[in-house]
Design a protein around this ligand. Structure first.
Ligand SMILES: NC(=O)c1ccc[n+]([C@@H]2O[C@H](COP(=O)([O-])OP(=O)(O)OC[C@H]3O[C@@H](n4cnc5c(N)ncnc54)[C@H](O)[C@@H]3O)[C@@H](O)[C@H]2O)c1
Length: 455
């Protein structure tokens, strides 16, 4: 069993620390945030992630996890995993300050045989920069391995321990083999590659998933125009094994701590190196447009947003996390506010203070019925399972205009209509029946088809 240090006690670092401890390794978790360190030491997870707190508690009780604020004077760890944040900076470039700072701080303490393993998502070439920084700081022969992380918030522990694949990239095969051995008890294929290819695999994977979502959203807009139902279209597409059903749900688009910054960073890197990432630009633009579509739908029914009270259900960027970074829900809420509406946000798990720290102009209401009272519309923006069983009839009765805009195509439209709502989804017919929303005159369409047939 190995001695591992994990730098950064965020989503990735804590899951990695707890999971490596559960695999039998001795783990030292390091962070510069004193509050986080204190909480983890007490066996409390600073983030909402199913199963994580229990994992950390078990690791602490087994004596396999210790937590340190800042960098110790000497590290006896054979592996140092970097899991610090790499947020976007202006222009889309990745802000690598935390990575640089962490490497500069840890190198003086580094064990002579230690391998630096990077789990942070970084622009292609950063692994080589890490090696240079380490070298300048005196660690001449340190090896760097890129081990990108593919976990999803909400299922992170499971994703870490049962991944689809483990990617290890390095220019030192010996270091790769040593890192691979850490995952001996994880049943997953290991793809060994060079540093840059591993870094690119992470970006390409996130960009592809974001593209899939933007693709289905574009199809949803076409469905609305022609009177088809995107939910059924996606089902039909997803049954094709070459396509797959995941990430094919139309809605208000992607967000979160990874996709927006990673797609922007890849676009930025590509442009810097003289490539022309046209598809990535379209993927980003379609995503922006999806947020605006909710405003169009609200205006289509309410006429104006001025002086309307609109409830946004959800603040987290997706269910089963309390992460609000780049949350589509809060972006929609803020756009509605800028459009003149007074906006009330309700989320079953994100604390009010977290929402109001980022969006002080948004009202937050923890009681669903109180939020709905006198409202002109509800926008379902995060598909928390709790919302399926909301007291819809009572909420509709309490509203001034019972309009429900389902930004995630999550609810049963008929059930909502029965509860008294005017229901609108994304890319779905407004009423039952596939062609009810179509604007095309059928005779015109038929004539067009005949004309095409004659050409
Ligand atoms: N969150 C995800 O779902 C996810 C998934 C895959 C990959 N990633 C990538 O993993 C990396 C980490 O993401 P995250 O969501 O865990 O970030 P996070 O912001 O939740 O956590 C980062 C942690 O690093 C700490 N930190 C910052 N600078 C430090 C330093 N110099 N020394 C020690 N600790 C420091 C912070 O205090 C914080 O606790 C990012 O590059 C991200 O893109 C994230």
């Amino acid at each position: 069993m190995a001695r591992i240090a994990v730098v950064g006690c965020g989503h990735v670092g804590l899951v990695a620390a707890g999971a490596f401890a559960s695999l039998g390794h001795d783990v030292l978790a390091i962070d510069i945030d004193a509050d986080r360190v204190r909480m983890v030491r007490e066996g409390r997870s600073p983030i909402y992630e199913p199963g994580l707190e229990e994992l950390l508690q078990r690791a602490l009780e087994a004596g396999r996890l210790t937590v340190h604020e800042g960098f110790p004077a000497s590290l006896d760890s054979e592996f140092v995993f970097l899991a610090v944040g790499t947020p976007a900076s202006t222009g889309g470039a990745s802000d690598l300050r935390a990575v640089r700072d962490a490497v500069s701080s840890l190198v003086p303490a580094l064990h002579p045989d230690a391998v630096i393993v990077n789990k942070s998502t970084v622009p292609i070439g950063t692994g080589n920069i890490i090696a240079q920084i380490a070298k300048r700081a005196g660690a001449d022969s340190v090896s760097v391995v890129s081990n990108p992380e593919f976990l999803q918030e909400g299922t992170a522990v499971h994703n870490f321990l049962e991944p689809d694949r483990i990617v290890l990239g390095s220019d030192d095969p010996g270091a790769t083999a040593r890192v691979a051995a850490l995952y001996e008890r994880v049943d997953a294929p290991i793809l060994e590659t060079d540093l840059r290819t591993a870094e690119m695999i992470k970006y390409a994977s996130n960009a592809f998933l974001a593209t899939k979502v933007s693709f289905i959203n574009e199809m949803a807009s076409i469905c609305e125009a022609v009177g088809a139902d995107i939910s059924v279209v996606a089902e039909g597409m997803g049954q094709d094994a070459r396509i797959g059903s995941q990430f094919l749900r139309a809605g208000i688009g992607w967000g979160g701590s990874c996709f927006p910054k990673d797609v922007a960073a890849l676009e930025h890197t590509a442009s810097t190196f003289g490539a022309h990432p046209q598809l990535l630009r379209a993927v980003i633009e379609i995503n922006r447009e999806q947020r605006r579509r909710i405003l169009q739908k609200a205006r289509a029914v309410l006429g104006t947003l001025e002086s309307r009270r609109i409830v946004v259900l959800g603040a987290a960027f997706k269910p089963n996390t309390d992460d609000i970074r780049e949350s589509p829900a809060l972006e929609v809420a803020d756009l509605l506010r800028l459009g003149g509406a007074s906006v009330v946000v309700h989320d079953p798990h994100v604390p009010t203070s977290v929402i109001q720290r980022e969006f002080p102009s948004l009202e937050v209401e923890r009681d669903l019925l109180a939020a709905a009272a006198g409202a002109d519309a509800i926008v379902l923006a995060t598909e928390w399972p709790e919302f399926r069983d909301a007291p819809w009839s009572e909420m509709a009765a309490a509203m001034r205009t019972p309009l429900l805009l389902d930004g995630r195509n999550f609810l049963d439209g008929q059930q909502l209509r029965d509860a008294g709502f005017t229901y609108r989804g994304i890319g779905r017919p407004a009423q039952e029946g596939p062609a009810a929303d179509a604007t095309t005159d059928e005779a015109e369409l038929a004539q067009g088809l005949v004309m095409v047939g004659r050409e």
